[in-house]
Design a protein around this ligand. Sequence first.
Ligand code: A3P
Length: 336
Amino acid sequence: MSELLTNNGRKIEVLDEEELCERGKDFDVSLGFVRVQPGRYLLRGDYVKMHSNYYNFQFRQDDVLCLSWPKCGQTWTLELLWNMKHNPNLDNPLAKQSPNIRTPFFEFDMITGISNSHSVPEVMEAFERNCPGADPNNGIHTQLLASQKSPRIIKSHIPLSLWPDDLLKGTKVVYVARNPKDAVVSYEHFSRINKVIAFKKDMDTFIDYFVKDDLMYGPYWQHLREAWEARNKENFLLLFYEDMIHDIIGQLKKIDKYIGTNLTDKQLENVANHCSFNSMKGRITFSDNVGKSPEGGFFRKGKVGSWREKLASEQADKIDQWTKEHLSDIPFKYEV
Ligand code: A3P
């Protein structure tokens, strides 16, 4: 296993052939993986090339960085944030642009592999237009983001501890969390329909990876623990998917106050309706690597408690046990 250090002294361990071969029975491993210590975060191989670039990214005072573990309701949250900032009267023609452009995925180059990061056509088009002469090997998505006007809404799954220590001094962060059982069910589905992850086994196997903290961006408990500990800090807002489902207007009021948009009740209602599950499902498609299964595509159920339909009782028990061990103090809701 080869090792190197990040700018803030974290150790990056590159997974060796043997471990990759084992993992390759269940997932696509062609892009390689690394673990970042401490934390044991599992990230894609190109983190090695990109970590310095990520660490040194110039955030702006009026950015909103939306963080989450995969499948916790981040796309919804990003869409809410973007429309609150840019489209509260639902009259902005840019609202038709892909979320890949409006709310760029910060580390997407790492996810697809730098050599494949041109694979999202609308992003490549915008990159060529906005960043003439820029070298795609330095990150298409981060360079495109750097060329964008303020206020920017940025998507990332990178855990808090891998950003500079002073991140929250200059950047507003919104973190969205979800109960582990629904998050696992959603992540399992997504891992099957996403060509870059390409999970090929069954729910039992996926849950084994989850409880061993060995899914990409895992461990979830560590990711969320870092956010939970930051929950009372300035420039940090922790949301739960279940609360958003239960009372979207209540949560929008909280976000409105936090990001300083001062929207009217009518504008909040506009945003809530425009970003409802059915509305987003009808108007948003992701061209990049995401397919469909009989169960659905990117927009699957959009509910709290769909784990009941998907998990056998031993599977649910396994996740509950993991939750008890690691996150017993977090007030998750499993139905609303
Ligand atoms: P399900 O698979 O349970 O349906 P992320 O955006 O972080 O990848 O999370 C995806 C999950 O959020 C999926 O959950 C998806 O259906 C759900 N989702 C997406 N948009 C939503 C919306 N507008 N309202 C409620 N849930 C939404």
